[in-house]
Write a protein that binds this ligand. Structure first.
Ligand SMILES: CC(C)(COP(=O)(O)OP(=O)(O)OC[C@H]1O[C@@H](n2cnc3c(N)ncnc32)[C@H](O)[C@@H]1OP(=O)(O)O)[C@@H](O)C(=O)NCCC(=O)NCCS
Length: 178
């Protein structure tokens, strides 16, 4: 398996991957919603505010992930991981964790201090995330499942509270994702 930065020429293949995987795992409407998110992130996000990575096997994209900038009133360099998917027939082989760690390492080398995500704590704790309260860092929109608000520090320091409001990129700025 090879891990690489997302190349815009692979946009259609990556959107199809998100559509298929989320349709398989959570139903058609989640599939459509998540492929729209991937599309909008690539189409409408400034390059300095977006990272994408893929996992390839035998010339096929088997995993995809995006990180987009999360801006706080205080000057902290933060991104949010969303979405991530591994082809349904390739899950539970370690690809998801390797892809996430590859991406996080890349962001860390670029000086990113905090990574957030919103998802299942049981999965994301395997790749270094911990659940935080919304008092520690305010999410940009109201959360349907506050238990899924997760963070990791990339500086080696403890997660300290961040003062003020947060703002996500336009592609993620819709209540249905939260
Ligand atoms: C979540 C996902 C990216 C993980 O990738 P993967 O390659 O299947 O995961 P890995 O093989 O690296 O890790 C497997 C481990 O994660 C666990 N895991 C996978 N999905 C999980 C989930 N949704 N909740 C809790 N644990 C999960 C597995 O049980 C397994 O645990 P074990 O090692 O203790 O047995 C992938 O399963 C996927 O695309 N799922 C559907 C879409 C999705 O839910 N995306 C995440 C939300 S944005």
């Amino acid at each position: 398996m090879d891990l690489a930065a997302f190349n815009p020429k692979d946009r259609d293949e990556v959107e199809t991957l998100f559509k298929k995987v989320f349709t398989d795992s959570a139903g058609q409407s989640e599939g459509l919603l998540t492929s729209k998110l991937a599309h909008d992130l690539v189409e409408h996000t400034a390059s300095e505010d977006l990272y994408g990575f893929v996992a390839m096997q035998a010339g096929r994209i088997v995993g995809g992930i995006f990180f987009s900038r999360l801006t706080f009133d205080s000057k902290i360099n933060a991104f949010i991981l969303s979405p991530v998917a591994v082809q349904t027939d390739c899950q539970n082989q370690g690809i998801g964790q390797k892809l996430i760690c590859f991406g996080i390492n890349h962001l860390k080398n670029d000086g990113v201090e905090r990574i957030f995500t919103y998802g299942d704590p049981n999965f994301y704790r395997k790749v270094g995330f911990e659940a935080i309260s919304t008092d520690i860092a305010k999410p940009p929109l109201a959360l349907t499942y506050p238990i899924g608000w997760l963070c990791q520090s990339l500086t080696g320091n403890e997660i300290e509270s961040i003062v003020g409001e947060s703002h996500c990129v336009a592609a993620l700025n819709h209540p249905e994702y939260w």
